[in-house]
Design a protein around this ligand. Structure first.
Ligand SMILES: Nc1nc2c(ncn2[C@@H]2O[C@H](COP(=O)(O)OP(=O)(O)OP(=O)(O)O)[C@@H](O)[C@H]2O)c(=O)[nH]1
Length: 267
């Protein structure tokens, strides 16, 4: 069962750049990815005391290309033919369980309309993934993808993962698919992005696409934590309340002294 909830208030935009690796620097191994893929679900495997991990994905692209429809298909399993423009920005949170670890994906749906650009752009920071969307039945929307991607990625000190998504594939004639794929792939290569084709109307590839974002951002977060743990100075290791300090005395013995952490009331 998928858990989805919409917040009535926007949480504060993440202002920390927590992602140290971009797609170019970090290529997950096929084995670890398949392991993760076989262990990912949107359901609850049972209660867990493990801390919830979090990632932020931002969707950008021209007016009416299908950003909201894609998110709605995944989060609510609905599709509406009536076009309702996004005003400013919208937000969804989706819970995944990966290897029994709870993982929340913040999904930020930005407005394609130029007049909302400033509002939307203020939410680009702290993204772990940027998804640039174009309409496969209107290739003019492909030409603006580089600008959307550059703007969203450029707001992050740490490069996020990049995805280029062709929507409305149900409107594309079979004979044109190859041409769309060629053009989409060429643009994706230029952007350094992973390329996907989806249809929010039929649901084609939608679930797989979001799982892919979840798996890659989760794995990237872990890699980041591991790197941080191994590069942290060994002389200061915070263990909840205590600060353990290792010092060498003149005889070369290693001693461990416990010091009260300044922020801790009880020790
Ligand atoms: N046939 C078809 N129509 C789609 C698909 N995705 C979106 N649409 C239609 O395209 C129109 C625009 O979709 P939205 O999802 O609102 O587009 P958007 O990118 O969020 O637009 P803005 O909020 O203005 O930026 C709507 O009428 C949708 O029904 C699709 O996969 N297939």
């Amino acid at each position: 069962m998928k858990v989805s909830r919409q917040l009535t208030e926007f949480p504060v935009a993440l202002d920390q750049d927590t992602t140290p690796y971009g797609l170019n620097q970090f290529t997950p191994s096929a084995r670890s990815l398949s392991d993760l893929n076989s262990n990912i679900s949107n359901g609850h495997p049972g209660s867990s005391r493990i801390a919830v991990r979090m990632a932020k994905a931002v969707f950008v692209g021209d007016v009416g290309v299908g950003k909201t429809s894609l998110i709605n298909r995944f989060c609510r399993d609905i599709f509406e033919l009536n076009y309702k423009p996004t005003v400013g920005i919208d937000y969804e949170m989706e819970r995944f369980w990966i290897l029994n670890v709870p993982f929340n994906m913040q999904i930020w749906d930005t407005a394609g309309q130029e007049r909302f650009k400033c509002i939307a752009a203020s939410y680009y920071r702290g993204s772990n993934a940027v998804v640039t969307v174009f309409d496969a039945s209107d290739l003019e929307s492909l030409s603006t993808c580089q600008r959307w991607m550059d703007d969203a990625v450029g707001a992050n000190a740490v490069p996020p993962l990049k995805f280029l998504v062709a929507t409305k594939m149900d409107l594309v004639n079979e004979n044109h698919r190859e041409k769309i794929d060629q053009m989409g792939l060429r643009m994706a290569n230029l952007l350094g992005a992973e390329y996907w084709t989806v249809s929010s109307k039929t649901g084609e590839n939608v679930e797989q696409f979001f799982r892919r974002i979840a798996v890659l951002t989760f794995e990237m977060g872990l890699a980041s934590e591991i790197t941080e743990a191994f590069t942290r100075p060994p002389k200061q290791i915070h263990l909840n309340a205590a600060v353990l300090r290792t010092s060498n005395n003149q005889d070369g013995d290693s001693r461990v002294a416990m010091k009260k952490c300044s922020s801790c009331k009880n020790f």
